[in-house]
Design a protein around this ligand. Structure first.
Ligand SMILES: [Zn+2]
Ligand SMILES: [Zn+2]
Length: 317
């Protein structure tokens, strides 16, 4: 399996500002220390190898949209945040005019998770098929409503793809085109659902917009069971631990540290911090990643790899 991140920012898409970009260029010039580059490729190599992530790149970007490529002809994607726009471009580029089937799995229906759908190009093309899976009763209503007047110029019924809505049941495993999919109810305003995807002995868990309080050992255990032996856990780490237990308690999100604890309880291999707080700049997210790696090393029973998601990250399992 391969996982591709198209949108990784929580609550609202963000873009680098002119000042952010200027700061990165200035920092890079200082880091280069007057060194001369024979070609642009040499300079690119320096940027990739010698600059910190926040110095040369950005976490992004678009709101939640994560593609899971299980192998096979059909596309699998979690959430339709603004990352659905570049994901749609990827589908077109791969298909070269051939029709495609896209299986969408919705964590919940908050705006940052559906806002990209009206910009998902394949929805406009006859012959394309889109199956939108979710556990919420209002699943179809939420997609239709955001394209109803006066909110959007193209109404849902004007879309030319064949679009189906498929209701899934929490804690019930369904086979979708060769992939075993199990949703789980999570704490979040209006409820959210995590998904466990399994195929050929590989497992990915997508768990965003979920507040883990860990006050009850029983509840922590049910999530550890849900994450059990996962190769990859994509985890809502919107807040630092300090914020999550103080000013932002009950805001419906989790912290990096809780992610480490649950992954260690579960024997998961790789934790990806996801749904980044929009107010955090690249340096703040990189610092959060650094703290999380240190914590994972201090407390580890088994090695846990930790990454921070960014738009464009690809992970091969
Ligand atoms: Zn969200
Ligand atoms: Zn939400």
């Amino acid at each position: 399996m391969r996982v591709r991140f198209w949108g990784t920012r929580g609550s609202l898409p963000v873009a680098l500002t002119a000042a952010d970009t200027q700061e990165k260029v200035a920092q890079a010039l200082v880091a280069a220390g007057g060194r001369r580059f024979a070609s642009i490729d040499e300079a690119r190599e320096f940027a990739a190898r010698d600059l910190p992530f926040a110095g040369a790149r950005t976490f992004g970007g678009n709101s939640s949209c994560v593609e899971i490529e299980p192998g096979g002809d059909e596309y699998f994607v979690c959430d339709m945040g603004s990352g659905a726009r570049p994901f749609g471009g990827h589908v077109f580029a791969r298909q070269r005019g051939r029709p495609a089937v896209t299986n969408v799995f919705m964590s919940h229906l908050h705006w940052d998770h559906i806002m990209g759908f009206p910009f998902f190009g394949p929805a406009y093309v006859p012959g394309m098929k889109i199956r939108i899976h979710g556990c919420h009763e209002a699943l179809e209503h939420a997609f239709r409503r955001q394209q109803a007047p006066p909110s959007f110029p193209v109404e849902f019924d004007q879309l030319r793809a064949t679009i189906e809505f498929v209701r899934l049941r929490p804690d019930t495993t369904t086979e979708v085109s060769g992939v075993r999919v199990t949703p789980k109810l999570q704490h979040h305003s209006g409820d959210s659902f995590g998904y466990r995807f399994e195929r050929d002995g590989k497992c990915v868990v997508y768990t965003t917009d979920s507040e883990h309080k860990l006050e009850s050992a029983g509840e922590a255990q049910t999530f550890a069971d849900f994450f059990r032996d996962a190769d990859l856990v994509i985890f809502d780490a919107m807040y630092s631990l300090a914020d999550a237990i103080s000013v932002r308690a009950d805001w419906g999100h989790s912290s990096n540290m809780v992610g480490v604890e649950l992954c260690q309880m579960a024997g998961a291999k790789h934790l990806v911090l996801f749904h980044h707080e929009p107010a955090n700049n690249d340096a703040a997210i990189e610092a959060l990643l650094h703290d999380t790696r240190k914590f994972a090393q201090l407390t580890r029973d088994a090695p846990l790899q930790v990454s921070a998601a960014y738009d464009g990250l690809e992970v091969e399992l």
